[in-house]
Design a protein around this ligand. Structure first.
Ligand code: FMN
Length: 314
């Protein structure tokens, strides 16, 4: 666990454009973040989202958020709606040296929204602001918010984001889809550009960015962008131009490094299962027959990744 002080940390210190690995549950664990860090020292890394209440109760959840010093700048994303829990969790995280706490106000999952967490907070501006104030009032971590265009359209985005900034959010990321859209359709960046004209805090765009150059082309007046799905099994997205085309050897080297880092975090069997979703990404577009790919991903099939990994130290 890093022990660098987070008090002095500020978004102003991050060179523009601010390029981030988007928080992704089940994906952006410490192993993957370290793989991404290996590609670029400048990418800002976000944890998987974690319940603020759960963080206070569960040792397992606290462990899940641990990080190594090379992951800095590292932000933890929390969800919930209880200001006191956010405050206590932020104080504890600051002690551990995280750069900041990002508040999830964009998750569209029914279970999360039903509890008035995630996207649910878009419909309760006052509670959303209380949560932001609770983290900001600690004075020891940066507080940012990641949200969406709105519930069913972007009409209220300016007022909502303005209130969050007034409450103390020092950066706001907008995923260019509404709650109703989920992940369907294309991300619309127009309302995000319009929002930036109204806000004085940094604004990041998110949604459908394929790689570094694509993000730079889309960002316009924004301060930066996040890359999510395109990075799964493809951390080369954070490199410019031609460097994004790894040789087979390079790809194999990264797969092995990623898997070994994951094995440092999880029991072997669990690591194997979790690694599957990354491996699917790493093998996408690979010059190999579909049947060979399917076999590689099948547990315990001969010639599969699983048999290869059996050679790993326990
Ligand atoms: C598997 C998965 C898990 C995600 N988990 C989170 C999360 O924990 N917190 C969050 O704010 N967004 C989460 N997201 C949304 C992404 O951060 C991002 O906003 C979305 O995928 C759009 O960006 P992209 O087109 O670059 O992927 C998740 C997305 C995916 C695909």
């Amino acid at each position: 666990m890093a022990n660098e002080s987070s008090k002095e940390y500020s978004w102003q210190q991050i060179p523009r454009p601010i390029v981030c690995l988007a928080p992704m549950d089940g994906i952006t664990d410490s192993a993957f973040r370290r793989v991404v860090r290996g590609f670029s020292p400048r990418v800002v890394l976000f944890s998987e989202f974690t319940s603020a209440d759960g963080f206070l109760r569960s040792e397992r959840l606290r462990q899940r958020l641990e990080f190594s010093p090379d992951e800095h700048p590292y932000f933890v994303q929390l969800f919930g709606n209880n200001p006191q829990a956010f405050r206590e969790a932020s104080l504890a995280l600051a002690q551990q040296g995280v750069a900041g706490v990002d508040i999830n106000m964009g998750c569209p999952s029914r279970r999360i929204v039903h509890s008035q967490h995630g996207s649910g907070l878009m419909r309760d501006v006052q509670q959303a602001c209380r949560v932001v104030e609770a983290v900001a009032s600690t004075g020891v971590v940066q507080v940012s918010v990641k949200t969406r265009l709105g519930w069913s359209n972007a009409d209220g985005l300016g007022d909502f984001a303005g209130s969050l900034a007034d409450a103390g959010a020092s950066l706001i990321t907008i995923h260019g889809r509404t709650y109703n859209q989920g992940y369907s359709g294309r991300a619309d960046w127009e309302p995000i550009h319009a929002l930036k004209k109204r806000l004085s805090v940094p604004v990041l765009g998110n949604g459908d960015v394929q790689h570094l150059d694509d993000g730079q082309a889309r960002m316009g007046n924004l301060d930066g962008f996040m890359i999510g799905r395109a990075a799964i099994g493809n951390p080369w997205v954070f490199l410019p131009g031609e460097q994004r085309r790894p040789s087979m050897e390079e790809r194999a080297r990264v797969i092995e490094k990623h898997y070994r880092l994951l094995c440092e975090l999880r029991p072997h069997g669990k690591a194997l299962l979790e690694f599957r979703k990354h491996l699917v990404g790493y093998l996408k577009g690979f010059e190999m027959a579909k049947t060979a790919r399917v076999r590689m991903l099948r547990p315990r099939a001969s010639g599969s990744f699983w048999t290869w990994c059996a050679t790993c130290p326990p």
